[in-house]
Design a protein around this ligand. Sequence first.
Ligand SMILES: Nc1ncnc2c1ncn2[C@@H]1O[C@H](COP(=O)(O)OP(=O)(O)OP(=O)(O)O)[C@@H](O)[C@H]1O
Length: 609
Amino acid sequence: LQILSTDSSKKHFKFDHVFKPEDSQETVFAQTKPIVTSVLDGYNVCIFAYGQTGTGKTFTMEGTPDNRGVNYKTLEELFRSSESRSRLMKFELSVSMLEVYNEKIRDLLVDNSNHPPKKLEVKQSAEGTQEVPGLVEAQVFNTDEVWDLLKRGYSVRSVGSTAANEQSSRSHCLLRVTVKGENLINGHKTRSHLWLVDLAGSERVGKVETEGERLKESQFINKSLSALGDVIAALASKTSHIPYRNSKLTHMLQNSLGGDCKTLMFVQISPSSADQGETLCSLNFASRVRGIESGPARKQTDVSELLKLKQMTEKLKQEEKETKKLQDNVQSLQLRLTAREHICKGLQDKVRDLEFQLAEERKTRIKQETRALATASSSSTTSRQPREALPTITEKKPPLAPTRSMRMPLRRITNFMPQQQPSQGPPAKRFSDASQATSKENNNNSLRRSSLVDINALMKPRRSSIAFRPAPPPLAIATGNNKTLQPRRRVSIATLRPEPSHMNMTTPLRPPSISSFRGGNPRKARYSNLFAPDRNLVTPNAMKSSSRFNKSPVVGGGGGSSWKPTHPTVVALQKKAVVWSPLKFRNRRPSFTPRRASSVATDLVRREQ
Ligand SMILES: Nc1ncnc2c1ncn2[C@@H]1O[C@H](COP(=O)(O)OP(=O)(O)OP(=O)(O)O)[C@@H](O)[C@H]1O
C-alpha cells in the first residue's frame, strides 16, 4: 500500500491483502474464511478491526441486514464446514457477546433494561485461559439463531452520535464463538475460541469536537487503544513483560494476541486526504502488528476434559491406595479371626472332653455307690452292726467315770450299738458335750434330763438287741495301744434282768447264794459268773452302798417312789476285763456269740493285765 502525502512523499506499507473500495463483503470474507475455519480444527482465532472512527469497522464486522459482515459469515461458514465434517467430527457452537464500555464489561445477550448491568470481570481459569465468569454463552444450531443473537446484541450496544459518525460505536464489541469438537474416530476432543472484535474507532478529541459524555468515552477508547498498542509493541519487541492487564480489552484478548492462536486484523482507513495523519497512524500500528512473531499456532485440546481425566486418575490412584490398605486390614483381621477360631475350637474340644470325662466319672461313682449300698445292705442283713461305725466309738471314748449327767440308765444302755449318723452329728459330739457338762459337778436336774433325753434320742435308733464288744482297729492292735480297748470296758457294762421267777443273776454288792445257783439253771449261773467282778477290784460307785446305781429307777418300771433292786445285777467293770470263750457260747443265741475280733480283743486285754 502506497500513501501519497501532500508533500509528494510516498510511504509504503506491506500487508497480506489490500481491499479496494469496490470489494464486497464476500470478497473480504473470502480472505478471512481460511483462518476462521481453523477454529474447527482446534485453534484459537482472533479477528479484530482497527481504524479511525467512521471508516467502516462495524460495517466490515457486523455489516447490514442486506450486506452481512464477517461475524455472520464466519458463523455461517462454521455451520457449513462442521456439517461437511459431521462424519468425522462432532461440533457444538455457542456464542457470547460483550462490550467494553468505559473500561466496564457488559454482557450484550442479557436484557439489562429492567435491572442494573451485572458487573463482569476477567478471570484466569485453571487451564490458564482468560474467562469472564457469568458471561452468557448461548448455544446455536443454525444461522438463523446466530442472526437473531447478533441483532439482539447489536441493538443494546452502546452507540452514540459523534461529529465523525452518526452511529459511532462508543465501545469495543467482542463476539466470542466457542467451538467444542469431538473426533468421532479417536475420541479426541477440542475446545477453541474465535474472537471477532469490533474496536471502537480511534479519534482525535479536538478534531471530532467531542464533549461531555462523548469526551469521556473518547478518553476511555483512546486509553484502551493505547494499551493495545503497548501490548503489540511489547510483543513485537519480544520484551519479557507484556502489559496485558493495562486495559480490559488487552486483558481479555491476552491469549489471542500473544498466545498460540491465529490472529487477523483489519485496518480500516479513510480515503480522504484530510484523514492522512490518522491513516498513517493506523497503517503504522497495523505494520507493527504484522511484525509480531508469535509462536506457531497450537491446537487446543479440551483442557477441561483433560483436567477431569487427570483428576479422575489421581482420585483413582488414591482410592487404589485406600483399597489396598483396607485389603491389608481385612487380611490381618481374617488372620486374627482364624487364630481366635482355632483357639475357640481347642477350648470347645477341651470342654467336650472334660464333660465326657465328668460323665464317665459320674457313672463310675454311681456304680461304686450302688455297689457299696448293695454291699452295705447285704452286710446289714447279715449283721446289723456295720463296722464303719466302730472307729467313731473307739475314737471318741467316754470318760471312765461318767458324771451324773453322762450316766445313762443301765437298762437303756443295755444291748445297743451306737452308729454314726452324719445328719444328726456324731455321737461322740454328744459325749463331748456331755463331757463339758461333767466339768460342772452341780448341774441341775433340768440339764441332766435334757442330756438324758438327747442321749436317749441319739441312741434310740441304734439300739441293738445284743450286747456287743467290737474289735479294736487293726492299727491299734498292731501298735499295741491299750487305750483303744477302753470303750469296750464302757460298753461292757451290762445289766441282766432275769425273769422275776428266776433270780439267778447277782451283782457284786449282792452276791447270790450258792444254793440258789445250784438250785437254779446252771447255764445262767455260769453266765453270771462270767460277768462277776473281781472282788478285789471294785469301782468307787460299786463300793458305795448309796450308789446311784442301786437307786436308779427302772426305766419303764412300775414307777414306785423308792426303788429297790428286784433282781440281781451283774456289773462288769472296766478294770476287770471280761473274758469269755466263744466255745462257751457256741450254743447260745447268735447275738451273744462273740466275733473273732472280740476274741482278739479279749486276748489283748488279757495280755494287758
Ligand atoms: N465498504 C462500505 N460500503 C458501504 N458503506 C460503508 C462501507 N464502509 C462503511 N460504510 C458506511 O459508512 C458508515 C460508517 O461506517 P461504520 O459505522 O462501520 O464506521 P466505524 O468505523 O464503525 O465507525 P465507528 O468507529 O465510529 O463506529 C456507515 O454508515 C456504513 O454503512
